[in-house]
Design a protein around this ligand. Structure first.
Ligand SMILES: C[S@@+](CC[C@H](N)C(=O)[O-])C[C@H]1O[C@@H](n2cnc3c(N)ncnc32)[C@H](O)[C@@H]1O
Length: 230
């Protein structure tokens, strides 16, 4: 599958939902958990309103609730099957089925919006980023975690891993390599952290910082919606 048409993406995640967590752990050697904890540490929230977009099976939503227990965490995804698993894993968190390009929230509702390994799947990515900006309160924080652009040397070793290991694991555990090959292909068309930063700036975000993990294979950007000067 080399298209990001929302219906196809939703259908694919519905299909792989039961294996998603297991495969995520195998493919990343469990490292995604450490990185997710790292990106949301030291935010100093108490009674914040937090939105986890493309929440999938609710991993990051669960990590946020454990780290900031007095905060209200909401997870959003358009795949009902992924959300079903998220709800079972996190009974204290509210999950909603919605498309990230049309969020069902009032303007300036959240203190923090996070999205992990989600933007890469959204055909109208810039529309989703505008929606994030809209629903964030002034002074609110946006954090995006996704695959980055590793340097050429690292990529030389990584590409065979992406195409062969991930597709083989997909076929072995799931009987179908297509969704896992999609992971590699979707990454090739996904903007680099530098290009993403330009999109955030165009949207209105400021004070943007990028942090690389695993030699740039994974990258997180943190940015703020700041009150504009009149
Ligand atoms: C790779 S998973 C990431 C799940 C989770 N955030 C994680 O880090 O493991 C991507 C998720 O994004 C969801 N998704 C993709 N496009 C979406 C959209 N336009 N609106 C809502 N959810 C979307 C998919 O259904 C899927 O659950």
């Amino acid at each position: 599958m080399d298209s990001k048409k929302p219906e196809l993406v939703k259908e694919m995640f519905n299909r792989i939902s039961n294996d998603y967590d297991k495969l995520n752990d195998i493919m990343s050697f469990g490292l995604h958990r450490f990185i997710k904890k790292d990106i949301i540490k030291n935010l100093g929230f108490k009674n914040a309103k937090i939105l986890d977009l493309c929440t999938g099976t609710g991993d990051l939503a669960g990590i946020l609730k454990a780290r900031y227990p007095q905060s209200q965490v909401t997870g959003v995804d358009f795949s009902p099957n992924m959300l079903e698993i998220a709800k079972k894993k996190n009974p204290r968190i509210e999950f909603l089925q919605a498309d990230c390009t049309q969020l069902p929230f009032e303007n300036e509702s959240f203190d923090l919006c996070v999205i992990s390994f989600g933007l890469r799947n959204i055909e109208e990515m810039e529309k989703a980023i505008s929606e994030i900006y809209r629903v964030l309160k002034k002074g609110g924080i946006f954090i995006n975690l996704d695959l980055g652009k590793p340097n050429k040397f690292f990529n030389f070793f990584l590409k065979p891993y992406m195409y062969l290991w991930i597709a083989t694991m997909g076929k072995f555990f799931h009987g179908d390599e297509t969704p896992y090959k999609y992971l590699a292909v979707s990454n090739e068309t996904f903007p680099s952290p530098e290009e993403l930063i330009k999109i955030y700036e165009k949207t209105g975000f400021s004070n943007i910082k990028n942090k690389n993990y695993l030699f740039g294979q994974i990258a997180a950007q943190k940015t703020y919606k700041v009150k504009r000067e009149m």
